[in-house]
Write a protein that binds this ligand. Structure first.
Ligand SMILES: Nc1ncnc2c1ncn2[C@@H]1O[C@H](COP(=O)(O)OP(=O)(O)O)[C@@H](O)[C@H]1O
Ligand SMILES: [Mg+2]
Length: 232
């Protein structure tokens, strides 16, 4: 059976993913600060809303709304227009309570997703969300529930994970996610190198060599034909 794909709208990344994310899957995008995770998230939603008739919701634990609007405007993405057209919403999750945020009955997040019939969701970041729980057990239960709810809603979800050598989100996440993508922002000698690598894509073919990632005028671009430096 042909697997249905959801294009990311990021040139090169869709090539690496052989068309895009698997429809209704949960993708973990993990990587260094400044690697391009937020930009990729916004680009994914903008592309879905403008080119594929798929409304999107951005759940932000990191940046306030006006920063996200500015971030997007830099690449020519008019998020406010998309909001007017009911194709996009931002949930400012910074001041909301962990217990109710994704609650099926009282949580505003799922109401927002349903209100515009969102097909694409970005959570930025899972790291920040996980920190709201007082212990690993509660964190684990909440994450499992969140994953199940998102699958039930039929959304294709991009979960952003702030990665550093010293800290990553709960290790369970790597197992729960259907696809795992790493982005890098490293200094090698006098150069700052950005790259992307697909670590796993459940049961589907993908390019597994890391490729350079570049910030262009219209967003992020990936170049799967160009090898990253040997250090990767
Ligand atoms: N046009 C650009 N050229 C080079 N670097 C850029 C450009 N636009 C943004 N950046 C850099 O990208 C980073 C921000 O990307 P972002 O998507 O917020 O990363 P993350 O969410 O992974 O921290 C910053 O370090 C910023 O300096
Ligand atoms: Mg970010």
């Amino acid at each position: 059976m042909e697997i249905e794909k959801v294009t990311t709208g990021i040139p090169g990344l869709d090539v690496m993913l052989k068309g895009g994310f698997e429809k209704q899957s949960i993708v973990l995008l993990s990587g260094d600060p400044g690697a391009g995770k937020t930009t990729i998230g916004l680009q994914y939603l903008f592309n879905g809303a403008t080119k594929h008739g798929q409304p999107g919701v951005y759940i932000s634990f990191e940046e306030p709304m006006d920063m996200l609007y500015k971030h997007a405007a830099h690449y020519g993405w008019d998020l406010k227009k998309l909001e007017q057209d009911k194709k996009f919403r931002i949930v400012d999750a910074r001041s909301l309570k962990a217990e109710t945020l994704f609650h099926a009955d009282v949580g505003m997040t799922f109401d927002t997703i349903k209100s515009i019939g969102a097909k694409r969701v970005v959570i930025d970041s899972l790291t920040a969300y996980s920190l709201l729980f007082e212990n690993a057990y509660k964190q684990r239960l909440a994450l499992r529930e969140l994953f199940e709810s998102l699958r039930r809603l039929g959304c294709t979800t991009l979960m952003i994970n702030e990665y550093s050598k010293h800290y990553s989100a709960h290790p369970l996440i790597d197992f729960l996610a259907d696809e795992l993508i790493m982005v890098y922002n490293r200094r090698i000698k006098n150069n700052r190198i950005r790259g992307v690598e697909i670590i796993k894509a459940r049961g589907v073919d993908h390019v597994d060599k890391p490729a350079p990632l570049v910030f262009g005028k219209n967003g992020v671009e990936v170049f799967p034909e160009n090898p990253l430096f040997d250090q990767f």
